[in-house]
Design a protein. Structure first.
Length: 209
């Protein structure tokens, strides 16, 4: 979900969000080299190095926002680069799976515009992906009886079976990705990110309206 946002994300210091990790470097940073010390982990990641460089250039600069947003962007970029093995085996990209998942979890037909909002994607991107998924027999389209310009999308039986079959394996894969954090840490992180997201959706949504 949200690949358009990740594509626009910039790593702290001005580097592209999709920039590949340094050769031979653990994509998760140097956390494994410093044991379980959270301070050590913060000092060892790539954003910490960028922050130290900026502080050397501008000693009085408040780099607090960069330390948060830079790390969020960096994590998003690395997760974008990671291979979603269960999805890859099914021949699906993450954005395609997000569309199928939106149709499955809502439990009813959605228009392309509604799917764009559900998956934080552009209308053009959704149209392209829906064409591919329809050709694969995973999604079917129904015209609106009152407005021919409107289409309603739903999963086929094959699409529903595919989503239900992949989801447990995909969640297991994502559990492994997050295995460096214990349960309480994951819960705390999820709560903090949820609070930040709710604030951003409110503020940025108001600016766009």
């Amino acid at each position: 979900m949200g690949e358009d946002l990740a594509d626009r994300a910039q790593a702290a210091g001005g580097g592209p969000a999709g920039e590949a990790p340094e050769p031979g470097r653990d994509p998760a940073g140097d956390a494994s080299a410093v044991g379980g010390d959270p301070v050590g982990r913060r000092q060892g990641d790539t954003v910490a190095a960028v922050v130290r460089q900026w502080q050397a250039v501008h000693p009085g600069l408040d780099t607090g926002p960069m330390e948060i947003i830079g790390r969020i962007n960096r994590c998003a970029a690395l997760l974008q680069q990671a291979e979603d093995a269960p999805l890859r085996r099914a021949g699906l990209s993450r954005p395609e799976f997000d569309l199928l998942g939106a149709l499955r979890r809502t439990g009813h037909e959605l228009t392309p515009g509604e799917l764009a909002r559900e998956t934080f994607s552009s209308g053009a991107a959704v149209t392209k992906r829906l064409k591919q998924l329809t050709e694969r027999g995973l999604v079917e389209r129904r015209g609106d009886t009152r407005d021919r310009r409107v289409a309603h999308l739903r999963l086929t039986d094959a699409g529903r079976e595919l989503v239900d079959g992949i989801l447990p394996a995909q969640l297991a894969y994502e559990t492994a990705v997050l295995s460096g954090l214990d349960g309480p840490e994951q819960g705390e992180l999820a709560a903090l990110l949820g609070e930040l997201l709710a604030q951003l959706e409110g503020r940025l949504g108001a600016l766009r309206s």
